[in-house]
Design a protein around this ligand. Structure first.
Ligand code: RP5
Length: 165
């Protein structure tokens, strides 16, 4: 098994390369805040050993927060959460059942092993990254200021939006 090439406070794992189209939005968003995440495929079902290794040895990789994208029988976020006390954010990926299966598989965790689940697809991937930044910003005033600027820019964009006549 290849180890991640570099350390990062955020690890984005996904069940398949087919999840990349959605999960790249989480990586892009983190990069906007100066965080280059660990970013790789690790499947709960097809590479259970790899998932257990990454989640169970998170300190070795500098990981503080996991973001997990998976579709269908989406157990990745829950399996990661089983192996770590780092916060885990689950992104349900659109699937054969429009992502409803992914959403329910990710969100319906048993009491005691939490997964913070965001919206299905691109919006969820983006928000997962923003949530991770918000968690890191609790102890990082520079990141907090970046978040405040981001909100301000977003607000200005909406205020200045003009619609076609
Ligand atoms: C899940 O099955 C993956 O997260 C992906 O969303 C879905 C389909 O995987 P592939 O068949 O594209 O590899 O485990």
């Amino acid at each position: 098994m290849n180890d991640p090439v570099s350390k990062s406070p955020v690890a984005i794992l996904m069940g398949s390369a087919s999840d990349h189209d959605v999960m790249q939005h989480a990586r892009e968003t983190l990069r906007q805040f100066g965080i280059d995440p660990i970013y790789r495929v690790a499947s709960a079902h097809r590479t259970p050993g790899l998932v257990a290794k990454l989640a169970g040895n998170s300190e070795d990789y500098g990981i503080k927060i996991f973001i997990a994208g998976a579709g269908g029988a989406a157990h990745l976020a829950g399996v990661i959460a089983a192996h770590t006390v780092c916060p885990v954010i689950g992104v349900p990926i659109t699937s054969a059942l429009d992502g409803l299966d992914s959403l329910l598989s990710t969100v319906q965790m048993p009491g005691g092993i939490p997964v913070a689940t965001v919206a299905i697809g691109k919006a969820g991937a983006k928000n997962a990254a923003l949530l991770a930044v918000e968690m890191l910003a609790i102890n990082d005033s520079e990141l907090r200021n970046k978040l405040l600027n981001f909100r301000k820019e977003q607000e200005e964009k909406i205020i200045n939006t003009s619609l076609p006549e």
